[in-house]
Design a protein around this ligand. Structure first.
Ligand SMILES: [Zn+2]
Length: 448
């Protein structure tokens, strides 16, 4: 196996923050080491802040950067010099002069760094290479059975990362890291998957072996969480402080963002909404229990119930076709599942009082037959009519967008620091063509 894209070193020294040439002593791919010089920490925060201000502005002068960041002019100059040297920012056109010397403007160079995002599924993985502006450079699909086989996943991730970077013609020195999203309970600090019922994994260390193999920082998170993070930094969540990302399809997941922070829970299992038992003694769930929401309204359940009505197996494609054709049995099953799911979501809305609910996942392809009853239940079944004022958006994302969500992990970790004011540190916006529709566009205007 060639290692032309990575150093074969067992102890990769390069960290994401070194890409910015800062003095930060961050563990490769992990959380920052707790005992660190506060000066270094402060510098990192300032670097992140300036990058974000440049990104937001498009182009901006040093003087304006100093004003907006409230840093001293020499501090701004010092950091900007570093960023210029690394090519993260470039000097661009000059602003119209109001007399005197026109200031030189600074812009972010989206090609100054690249990130790899990977979405793992039971039957394979989607890999993207994105630039700093989250533009997709390369997107690859690879099918390989990963259920019960973490070693196959580690090998496939390495192979696909190499292949993607080769196709993108991105030199290794410009790669900030690899982000991986998968369904399950993830210990994000160590990159260990504690449990994934979908992949049937338990205590799988993903990040460390991959770091060693590839010599790149690696971050791992629950896939719905990566999507919520992507929404927060780049997508429809915009300025929302408190929002929920509901994913419907093979699995039922929930990303919970409270006060602009992802809620993970004490064990990283926060948001395992699909495994709330809603019917004791109900159908067996992939997690081993009975009557979980996912076992009642997930894709598998919909197909099984339509199959019972039809007297033969129903594939995902067939389910979609039946719904599209308005088959009454399929529509009844999907409508009833939508109501059940909607009621559960309404209860979560009552619990968290979010300002925005984003519905995404492959299940959205079933369209209004599935989404309308979810939305109606949310509108009608919440305490104090919270659901009526709730903004609801539907996104028809594919696996590629989930991989971009995983890539945001790297962008976030590379230019962000825990504990800092995260609203000032966003680094990217999604610039690829994800389709985001409003309720009225998908015929839900009457959902009230
Ligand atoms: Zn379950």
């Amino acid at each position: 196996m060639t290692r032309n894209h990575f150093s074969a070193s067992d102890e990769p020294k390069r960290s994401s923050t070194e890409a910015l040439d800062t003095k930060n002593e961050r563990e490769v791919g992990g959380r920052p080491n707790p005992p660190r010089a506060s000066r270094s920490l402060q510098r990192d925060i300032n670097v992140s802040l300036l990058i974000e201000l440049v990104r937001q502005a498009g182009s901006i002068s040093r003087a304006e950067l100093a004003r907006q960041s409230q840093l001293s002019a020499p501090a701004v100059s010092g950091i900007v010099d570093h960023l210029l040297k690394r090519g993260i920012v470039v000097e661009t056109t000059t602003a119209p002069s109001s007399g005197g010397r026109p200031p030189v403007l600074l812009s972010l160079d989206p090609k100054a760094g690249y990130v790899v995002g990977i979405k793992l599924r039971g039957d394979g993985l989607t890999t993207v290479v994105c630039d700093l502006d989250a533009g997709i450079i390369v997107s690859l699909e690879h099918y390989v059975p990963l259920v019960g086989d973490p070693q196959a996943a580690i090998e496939a991730i390495e192979e696909e990362t190499r292949r993607a970077l080769r196709e993108a013609a991105v030199p290794p020195s410009k790669v900030l890291g690899v982000g991986i999203g998968l369904a399950g309970i993830i210990e994000t600090g160590s990159g260990v998957c504690r449990f994934s019922h979908l992949l049937q994994w338990r205590d799988v260390d993903l990040a460390e072996p991959l770091r060693r193999r590839m010599g790149l920082p690696v971050w791992v998170d629950n896939d719905v969480n990566t999507l919520a993070v992507a929404e927060k930094w780049a997508g429809d969540a915009g300025t929302a402080q408190d929002f929920l990302t509901l994913s419907v399809g093979r699995g039922i997941g929930l990303g919970i963002v409270i006060d602009r922070s992802l809620y993970r829970g004490a064990h990283g299992a926060g948001g395992e909404f699909g495994h709330m038992v809603v019917e004791p003694g109900g159908p067996k769930c992939g997690c081993g229990r009975f009557g979980c929401l996912e076992a009642m309204v997930g894709e598998g359940a919909l197909r099984r119930r339509v199959a019972e009505r039809k007297g033969h197996d129903v594939s995902r494609d067939e389910l979609q076709i039946l719904v599209d054709l308005g088959d009454s049995a399929a529509l009844e099953v999907v409508d009833s599942a939508g109501r059940k799911l909607g009621l559960a979501v309404a209860n979560v809305v009552t619990l968290f009082d979010p300002e925005l609910l984003i519905i995404c996942g492959e299940g959205t392809s079933l369209g209004s037959a599935f989404i309308d009853p979810i939305v109606s239940a949310v509108r009608e079944q919440t305490f104090a009519d919270l659901g009526r004022g709730l903004e609801i958006k539907v996104q028809n994302w594919g696996d590629e967008a989930w991989a971009v969500g995983a890539a945001t992990l790297v962008l976030r970790e590379s230019f962000n620091l825990p504990g800092a004011d995260d609203r000032s540190l966003a680094i990217w916006r999604r610039s690829h063509s994800s389709s985001s529709t409003t309720l009225s566009e998908v015929g839900l205007a009457n959902g009230r």
